[in-house]
Design a protein around this ligand. Structure first.
Ligand code: ATP
Length: 358
């Protein structure tokens, strides 16, 4: 269950830009994370996700903009507070555990100035929180990938940081372990009421962990919203495609109605243009075998639990439909199509052209 947020802002970025070797990697990144909130940053490889974490942690300096932690600026306007003074923890892709140190020593690494009693108490709390009680004397090579990851999270949480940054934390695990670790890490973060930013290029991971998900498109934050809002109300064609299967068909605007080859629907807000693009997802298209149907099956992909059917409409447009895996359709088969047009999203034509030229 996703938690209700209060209004305290823990990390905020305002107009942050970063250039490496004359290549602008981030531009005008602005967002706020509230106490206890978990944000996922999602985007293709090289879009700048890790750079955002490194800027917040203090390993890189922004060229423009300001980064604040708990309301206090930590970087920007020509100054920067060093990473160890920001109280921001980081969990790296490869966990970066110290191989020659036991679990206990790894977890206590950031607590060197603390007295022994306090260290003991924190260690026991962290091991119990992360399900590692009894593992304190083991070395990293004596742990599974998932256990190593929990040690990495416990080590980052031990000093009670203001926020935790996780960079692709599940990418070294196999598919089964990934799913388990997602739940385990989410439980640890929720129990510790941690404010966290998770970077991933896996949509399922971003959706299942994030209270809000930010989609980055080559240095630009296109949208930051709850997963359901991103999926059903994407603000750009890039977001629409990045968070799920999306097909686009043309629409003609006639008297506040949009007429498409899949039917017509009313516009919620007025549109200046006479023509538009309409995004529809495969879960909103249903079909049935019908020799008189106006659509033709052009391809079928079997995914185990479902079939993705690609079909050509009478208009020549290609759309996809998700069908149960037991429904058998053959190539070339004629189909009758019905669409639920309640969830479609309308984009002006120029948005689509912009997207295609990126
Ligand atoms: P991935 O999902 O592949 O890890 P990412 O979205 O995390 O990618 P970043 O690691 O933030 O992407 O890198 C963004 C861009 O900045 C890439 O083109 C990368 O090559 C470049 N880059 C990152 N760090 C540096 C650096 N220190 N010097 C030069 N270029 C860099």
């Amino acid at each position: 269950m996703k938690q209700k947020m209060n209004r305290v802002s823990v990390v905020s970025l305002s107009g942050v830009s970063k250039t490496f070797e004359e290549k602008e990697v981030l531009r005008g990144i602005t967002f706020d994370i509230k106490q206890g909130e978990i944000i996922s940053l999602l985007g293709p490889s090289g879009c700048g996700k890790t750079t955002i974490l490194r800027l917040i942690a203090g390993f890189e300096l922004p060229d423009e903009g300001v980064i604040s932690v708990k309301g206090k600026p930590v970087a920007g306007m020509g100054f920067s507070i060093p990473p160890d003074k920001r109280s921001v923890g980081m969990v790296f892709q490869d966990y970066a555990l110290f191989p020659h140190m036991t679990v206990a020593k790894n977890v206590l690494y950031g607590l060197k100035g603390f007295d022994r009693e306090r260290q003991k108490k924190i260690l026991s709390g962290m091991l119990s929180l992360s399900g590692l009680s009894g593992y304190e004397n083991r070395y990293p090579h004596q742990l599974s990938g998932g256990e190593q990851q929990r040690v990495a999270v416990a080590r980052a949480l031990a000093p009670c940081p203001n926020a935790l940054l996780l960079d692709e934390p599940f990418s070294n695990l196999d598919a089964d372990m990934r799913a388990r670790m997602r739940t385990d890490v989410l439980n640890i973060l929720r129990k510790a009421r941690t404010t966290a930013i998770l970077v991933t290029h896996d949509r399922e991971e971003a959706f299942s962990l994030g209270d809000r998900v930010g989609v980055l498109n080559y240095g630009h934050l296109e949208q930051l919203d709850a997963p359901e809002v991103l999926y059903h109300q994407p603000k750009t064609p890039f977001v629409a495609r990045f968070v799920g299967h999306a097909d686009f068909i043309t629409g003609e605007v006639i008297n506040r109605k949009v007429v498409t080859s899949l039917g017509s629907f009313s516009l919620l807000s007025p549109l200046q243009e006479k023509k538009c693009m309409v995004m529809i997802r495969p879960d909103d298209i249903d079909l049935a075998a019908d020799d008189d149907g106006s659509a033709v099956l052009v391809d079928r992909t079997f995914l185990g639990s479902e079939n993705i059917i690609k079909l050509r409409l009478a208009s020549g447009e290609i759309v996809r439909s998700v069908q149960p895996s037991t429904n058998v359709y053959l190539a070339g088969q004629r189909l009758r199509v019905s669409a639920n047009l309640d969830h479609v999203v309308v984009f002006p034509l120029n948005k689509i052209e912009e997207h295609q030229h990126k």
